[in-house]
Ligand binder design. Structure first.
Ligand code: FAD
Length: 391
């Protein structure tokens, strides 16, 4: 069997963190084809931003920081059009960035696993480009003839590939790993469970009774969007909302939250929720929502029935529900790394300065303290420097 192509660095994920690392690798003179390869499973540029809902604008969430080097090509999110969906602006800017710095992202390539191959790592991935199923079947005469016998036509094989690499930068973010906590009765619910990652637009919830779960910016955004369209709207949070008295995130609070993430990553513990550490700034829009009684969260319900959520005990009562929106966050998307056994018994991967403590060939960009657009930027230089020192 032919041995796989060998490269120096494979970067998985072309979001903020992956692009930032790639930019510095290029600047530090890793320029040849066999120097580094970027793989991303999404169809286009933009990282997770390309999947976010259309009504999300730059500035309605937190600040989206520019990629390092974006200024060199005259781009900045600070001056971007705030009337356009954030998903479009970010996809456009990242696409131009990739092109200008010749980052040659291979997409849509889904990495299925990373395993040991001697001193190197073996990256196995598949090409998700939609196969011309119908055309192929027509050409092979499977349509019409076999349909009569109800025989399933064979699905075209997904092309699979392998790459052998000296170093791996995993920058796969969290979007592919939505988190929904378990509550009794979930499976008996007759309505729809929707996670943040499935939310597309408010119109989908017209005249529905909606329960929004979560204490962060996404849950608050959904409440504000659905106010006019839903027949009934209930907000619940697993912990009391820590409203900040300022309109924007205070840096002191944020750096304390980043320090907590860093501490957990360095000791191999599961990462704490970011919002529990930062608090929620009270923008004018949010303050008005609180004032008119919309943004007042009830404590978490105890169980779910077919058409309602129910509070037992002192709180008591119920709220009708056709839909439950789980704005309950995400977890690091690291399933493809499981053959490497990086996860500790304590629930996380031990990571310091973006480097995996148990394996000097592996870097986790955008993990823990780097999981914000500013943190992901910092990861770029820090990780590229460490790789250059070992190459
Ligand atoms: P991503 O942008 O998620 O990129 C990861 C990439 O990896 C994706 O392109 C994905 O296709 C690819 N990938 C994943 N798995 C595989 C695989 N197995 N094979 C191949 N490719 C793979 N931060 C801010 O600073 N400001 C904000 O306003 C803000 N708003 C947010 C709003 C929401 C709803 C959420 C969920 C997060 C928000 N964040 C915000 C956090 C922000 O998303 C991250 O900090 C940053 O954008 C993440 O960048 P990343 O490169 O780590 O991950």
């Amino acid at each position: 069997m032919q041995s796989p192509e060998r490269v120096k660095v494979v970067v998985i994920g072309a979001g903020q963190a992956g692009l930032s690392v790639a930019y510095y690798l290029r600047r530090f003179e890793l320029v040849a084809e066999q120097d580094f390869v970027m793989l991303d499973r999404a169809p286009g540029a933009g990282g997770a931003w390309q999947h976010r809902w259309s009504s999300l604008r730059l500035g309605t969430a937190h600040r989206v920081n520019d990629l390092p080097g974006m200024a060199e090509i005259g781009l900045s999110f600070d001056t971007a059009d705030r009337n356009l969906p954030a998903k479009e602006v970010v996809a456009d800017y990242y696409g131009r960035f990739e092109e200008h710095f010749d980052l040659r992202v291979r997409r849509p390539m889904n990495v299925r696993s990373v395993s040991n191959q001697g001193v190197d790592l073996l990256v196995s991935f598949e090409d998700l480009t939609p196969q011309p199923l119908e055309e192929e079947q027509k050409a092979r005469g499977l349509f019409g003839r076999r349909r009569k016998t109800f025989e399933a036509a064979p699905a075209p094989a997904v092309p699979r590939f392998e790459l052998q690499t000296q170093f791996l930068v995993n920058a796969t973010g969290t979007w592919g790993s939505p988190f929904v906590p378990y509550y009794p009765g979930m499976a008996d619910f007759h309505g729809r469970h929707v996670h943040t990652s499935d939310y597309t637009e408010a119109a989908d919830f017209r005249d529905k009774h909606v329960v929004v779960v979560g204490g962060g910016t996404s849950a608050i955004g959904f409440m504000l969007e659905l106010e006019e369209v839903a027949a009934g709207l209930t907000w619940v949070s697993r912990r009391p909302i820590d409203w900040l008295d300022r309109q924007e995130l205070d840096l002191e609070g944020a750096s304390a939250a980043v320090a907590r993430q860093d501490e957990a990553a360095r000791s191999g513990r599961a990462l704490p929720s970011v919002v529990s550490g930062t608090g929620v700034p009270r923008s004018r829009r949010i303050a008005a929502g609180i004032e008119r009684g919309l943004l007042v969260a009830r404590p978490m319900f105890d169980r779910i029935e077919a058409d309602r959520v129910v509070w037992d005990g002192d709180e008591g009562g119920m709220a009708r529900a056709d839909v439950i929106i789980w704005a309950t966050g995400f977890r690091p998307d690291l399933r493809h790394l499981s053959p490497l056994k990086l996860r500790e018994k304590t629930g996380g991967v031990t990571v310091g300065q973006g480097a995996a403590w148990n394996d000097p060939r592996i870097f986790l960009a955008g993990y823990g303290p780097q999981a914000s657009t500013i943190g992901a930027n910092r990861a770029g230089r820090m990780i590229a420097r460490q790789i250059m020192a070992m190459i």
